[in-house]
Design a binder for this molecule. Structure first.
Ligand SMILES: Cc1ncc(COP(=O)(O)O)c(C=O)c1O
Length: 346
């Protein structure tokens, strides 16, 4: 697939880097700087920013990518004879090439969740295994916010899962690759959505919302991060030039860049959804809750549309496609795509 002049709707990580982040990278590209984040005042400053956003107990570690954030988060809280209960559609299950199983030794127990969201009653049956020495022991619930199906959990839904997990001696992990889009959509702060609901550990994404690379693992409770610096190193995710991740997150969190970028992506998805929904022959297959639009599009026009605006087919059987909007998607991008779709409809 060659890049086209149009931005397309393949994914929010097809986009480039926010200019603010580029400037932040350039600003730390001077002189020399302590490696690995050790004794680095910039790291201290960014830790403090995370505490401002997530509360005083937040402890943050940077890693290179979202898969590592998920795998290392889970590994921290799981023994090899324990299990993670998660929707079948979870990135952890479908898109990490078995890394969670390889690195944690534990098992993923997946649940079919038509809207991408798991509920406590779907975890409950797994509790029957507790104390039975022949079965893996459920220890973690993992949810994605935004889900892989474009939906978001309300704060009440997250709290219900966290309460359920804690009542059953389990933890709640959140894959927040798109947490900014979720927070903006729900009009909540990170603290309200994550800390106050009882999440134990968060994979905090930035790459899909304007960063060049780098994600964060945020532990929300004292004691949970013990020894994590060693497992991050053992997991090959300790960045030597750590300042280039830290500086991006400073720019991202300091002046609400996360909010501006996610607001644009979400607004463009709403616009795209509302316009596509009016084209005869095209139907939205899921509600537009954040920055993803899922639609059923006549199969014969998909190749022609994709020549100019690349996107992924989500479910070939029903001709469902996924269109992701980014921080840099414009009204012109949306209108151009919609006009093309209109012109191609037989
Ligand atoms: C829900 C979700 N979690 C995590 C990730 C992290 O992926 P990566 O390892 O490519 O940064 C992604 C990226 O596609 C994602 O969509």
């Amino acid at each position: 697939m060659k890049p086209t002049n149009n931005k397309g709707f393949a994914s929010d990580n097809w986009s480039g880097v926010s200019p603010e982040v580029m400037r932040a990278l350039a600003a730390v590209n001077v002189a020399h700087h302590p490696a690995y984040g050790e004794n680095d005042p910039l790291m201290e400053e960014v830790q403090e920013l995370f505490r401002e956003h997530f509360g005083p107990d937040a402890t943050t570690y940077f890693v290179y990518n979202g898969t590592a954030a998920n795998v290392l988060s889970v590994q921290q809280l799981l023994k090899s004879w324990q299990a993670v209960v998660t929707p079948h559609s979870a990135h952890l299950n479908e898109d990490e090439a078995g890394a969670p199983e390889k690195f944690t030794g534990g098992k993923l127990l997946t649940v079919h969740c038509p809207d991408g969201k798991i509920r406590p009653e779907q975890v409950e049956p797994f509790l029957n295994s507790i104390g039975f020495q022949h079965h893996v022991q459920p220890r973690l619930i993992s949810i994605s916010q935004v889900t892989e199906l474009g939906t978001i959990y309300s704060a009440d839904e997250i709290k219900a899962l966290a309460d359920f997990a804690h009542a059953n001696n389990m933890y709640l992990h959140m894959d927040g690759a798109r947490i900014a889009n979720a927070a903006v959509a729900a009009c909540l702060s990170f603290r309200q959505m994550v800390t106050d609901t009882g999440v134990d550990v968060l994979s905090f994404g930035g790459t899909k919302n304007g960063l060049m690379f780098g994600e964060a693992v945020v532990f929300l409770k004292p004691g949970l991060a013990d020894g994590f610096e060693y497992s991050r190193k053992q997991g090959m995710q300790l960045a030597s030039k750590m300042r280039f991740i830290a500086a991006q997150f400073r720019a991202y969190l300091q002046e609400d860049l996360w909010k501006r970028n996610a607001s644009n992506a979400n607004a463009m998805a709403r616009l795209l959804g509302s316009k596509l929904g009016t084209i005869p022959g095209i139907r939205l297959s899921r509600p537009v809750e954040a920055n993803g639009v899922f639609a059923i599009i006549p199969p014969e026009i998909i190749p022609l549309l994709r020549q100019q605006y690349f996107f992924h087919v989500w479910n070939e059987n029903i001709s469902e496609v996924r269109l992701m909007c980014s921080f840099d998607t414009t009204i012109e991008d949306v209108e151009g795509f919609v006009a093309l779709a209109n012109s191609l409809i037989p």
